[in-house]
Design a protein around this ligand. Structure first.
Ligand SMILES: *Cc1c(COP(=O)(O)O)cnc(C)c1O
Length: 360
């Protein structure tokens, strides 16, 4: 068996010990005589798995009792609709901050349900910055403010949590959740597709302030109502049981490894190393304002784009895979979530230096 360092943006690497544990428990989970995949979601075995995962996530992120944790399906993309459906609560308008490709998708979907005020945008810088809060034009009557703390494609991350007073703050944390500690009490809703920094695809984690639930837009499908899921422990219908279980193994591991403070230290060190390597060379380039560089997704280009294919080929031969940049950006992108070992970043940095020497 040979495992590669997989720099995919998502679905992304999972911790090897989690995969090994899942393998050990595959055919017979804790003497139940069955795989987690085969269990009734309402049986006591799966209920214990589900409750532990939820409790571990609450502890890891220090999620206060004012907030509910939901384990849903439909991906972060479904949240683009669920957020307005649940949070408009009689209002007509919502504020959005546009910092790149995922912000734009959230905005386009919200426009189907309400008037969207783009309160700030970094489009003028080609999405290489985050607009400073002083420049935002927030509405008086916004139902909520939505932003994308980490733009997975552009590699831009907010260096601050926006201040929105009494207006609920909503964050698409798909590619940054669990990368560092967070003051959850400042958010109305946090949502994340699991396949980047949590677990396998198929699961969407939503953390929602309890007092914001229960007043959906007319015509909201039952399955799009946060309250329905909250009232039923995310078991109003069959939840993505196996993904929930694997996410639980990841949460338990993160706790064991020292929690999110420890993850933050490691993630900062990993990304510092990679950006330092890029900045030290004229051959590689990252266009993002250093104050807003993502810890999780690091796009970079080569001085000569004609070398891209060779770079990818040789990287793959060296066990460094899925480095191709998003089609909208080109170049390379190294996604270095929690599960990417520091040794993987070291190997990439060494490969880049060697490649530059041979081709630069
Ligand atoms: C990947 C991603 C999405 C889309 O997630 P799906 O689960 O595929 O719907 C949305 N927002 C951000 C920031 C992402 O990184």
């Amino acid at each position: 068996m040979s495992r590669v360092y997989n720099f995919s943006a998502g679905p992304a690497m999972l911790p090897q010990v989690v995969l090994e544990r899942a393998r050990e428990e595959m055919l017979d989970w804790h003497g139940s005589g069955m795989s987690v995949m085969e269990m009734s979601h309402r049986g006591k075995e799966f209920m214990s798995i589900a409750e532990k995962a939820s409790a571990d996530l609450r502890e890891l992120m220090a999620i206060p009792e004012t907030h509910e944790i939901l384990f849903l399906q439909g991906g972060a993309s479904s949240q683009f609709a669920m957020v307005p459906m649940n949070l408009l609560r009689g209002k007509q308008r919502a504020d959005y901050i546009n910092t790149g490709a995922w912000s734009k998708k959230a905005i386009a979907e919200a426009k189907r349900y309400c008037e969207v005020n783009v309160a700030a945008s970094s489009e003028a810088s080609n999405f290489t910055t985050v607009p400073p809060q002083e420049s935002w034009q927030l509405s008086e009557d916004a139902a909520y403010v939505h932003y994308t703390p980490n733009e997975t494609i552009g590699g831009v991350e907010f260096p601050f949590i926006p201040e929105t007073g009494d207006v609920p703050l909503v964050a698409d944390m798909s590619s940054t959740i669990l990368s560092r500690p967070l003051d959850v009490s400042r958010f109305g809703v946090i949502y994340a597709g699991a396949q980047k920094n949590i677990g396998p695809a198929g699961l969407t984690v939503v953390i929602v302030r309890k007092d914001l639930m229960g007043e959906t837009l007319d015509g909201t499908p039952t399955m799009f109502d946060y309250k329905v899921h909250a009232d039923n422990g995310s078991m109003s219908n069959t939840p993505p049981t196996y993904s929930w279980y694997l996410a639980g193994l990841v949460f338990a591991l993160l706790k064991e490894q020292g929690g999110l403070q420890k993850m933050a230290e490691i993630n900062k060190r990993k990304s510092d190393k990679l950006y330092a390597a890029i900045d030290a060379s004229d051959f590689y380039r990252n266009p993002v304002d250093p104050a807003c560089r993502s810890w999780m997704n690091v796009p970079f280009t080569l001085a000569d784009a004609k070398l891209d294919a060779t770079f990818l080929e040789e990287a793959k031969a060296a066990g460094l895979t899925t480095l191709k940049g998003h089609r909208s950006v080109g170049g390379m992108r190294a996604s270095i979530y929690n599960a990417m070992p520091e040794a993987g970043v070291d190997a990439l940095v060494a490969f880049m230096a060697d490649f530059e020497q041979r081709h630069g």
